[in-house]
Design a protein around this ligand. Sequence first.
Ligand code: UTP
Length: 468
Amino acid sequence: MKDARTPYDELLASAREREQEHIFAYWDRLSEQQKDALLQQIQQIDFDLLHELYQTIAANKKAADLTFEPVQPIPLPRAEAQKQEAQEMAAVGEQILREGKIGAILVAGGQGTRLGFDGPKGIFPIGPVSQKSLFQLHAEKLLAIRRRYETRVPWYIMTSESNHAATVNFFEDHHYFSLPKEDVFFFVQGMMPALNEQGKLIMDRPDHVFMSPDGHGGIFAALKNSGALEDMRNRGIEYLFYFQVDNVLVKICDPVFLGYHIHQQADMSAKVVSKRDPFEKVGVVGRINGKLGVIEYSDMSDDDKLARDEHGNLLYNAGSIAIHVLSRNFIEKICGNDINLPWHIAHKKVPYIDAQGQTIQPARPNGYKFERFIFDALNYAERAVVLEVDRAEEFSPVKNADGDDSPATARRDMTRLFASWLRAADFPLPENVDGMRLEISPLFALDRDEFLNKIEGKLRIPTAFYLE
Ligand code: UTP
């Protein structure tokens, strides 16, 4: 006998089974087009998974049974032998760059809620003098790397449904910032619905279930489903340098970091910085129940945060800055074995519709959003390098509209870094350059050494100056 059940019937039945049938409440008022769109959206929803997640929330399961241990990163090179080692590692990284085995992954699918900028965060103007965008800044670093090592570095950029078109258009409008278009690969991450405090899916329009990007940990599924992973394989890419859109100081494809990772045959590696103070709100790279991972700030007790080692240093000091190298084989392993990273739950404000079908923006958190985090993949790494770097040289993220980690602090930190390069070239600058704006394009110099080589004798500094 022919099965007369339509997709509508089937989805309604699945929704009913999990007491989510209210998502069809406005069905009779929808146009055919709206009905199709809603069905397509509902098709993506994993009702069982959401049910399970809600059970976790309802049971109020805390991270009570987690045990933490610190890890000792490879320290900043201070002694001569350490400097020598870093140089050797740089040579390893440079060689693999020249061989064209490195790709770059940028995750730019987030919503940038805290910054509150209208559009993808990557188009935010950040250059202290040039006002160039975050995307342009990153693109120019990659272009400079390509030129320096006479190589190609394919760039994989993760977007989400809500910012994909705007991101691609921005690159098109700017002619890919002179990068070859065929070396820039956009891929879209997945979306995840939210639940209200009663465990119900949230409608933000009569024809739409609220969904948000599934976190930077959604990258594995997205790399696989989009064909980006296959593209890496076809191009012979062995290692991926991972970074986030908001860090203005990121040393893209840093050969030292790549070198350590390659030399130690690591699966996944992480850069860390020394914490500013015990209560700085960053995750710490450490062991969680014996396995490498990032200990979340909210999971640490004050005792953990304040604990010191025998030298008086913070015990949990390895602040995670979301810069990684991943071996392609490791990504293949995660994707191939369908390893599912855990979901993190956040209580947030989620728009919803009232009985009349009007969208309401709540004033306080009213729902739970679910995200996966890339750093949970460290758990599965059999080998990993944890490398300490200097915050002043490598980490200044644009997260908030003002205050800490804002455009103002990012421009200040860029200015401070460039001031240190200029001083090294004997350019007279006041000790405190805050309030000034200095900028050196990555296309002029990617780092201090390159700057000093290029600038030699070109900066004209008056040795005598007289005004009367
Ligand atoms: P954040 O966690 O800082 O989020 O992302 P955000 O979206 O930039 O800002 P808020 O929290 O809404 O204010 C860190 C990096 O991870 C990317 C972001 O684009 C940023 O580069 N990301 C985050 C994704 O690509 N997808 C996500 O689902 C979440």
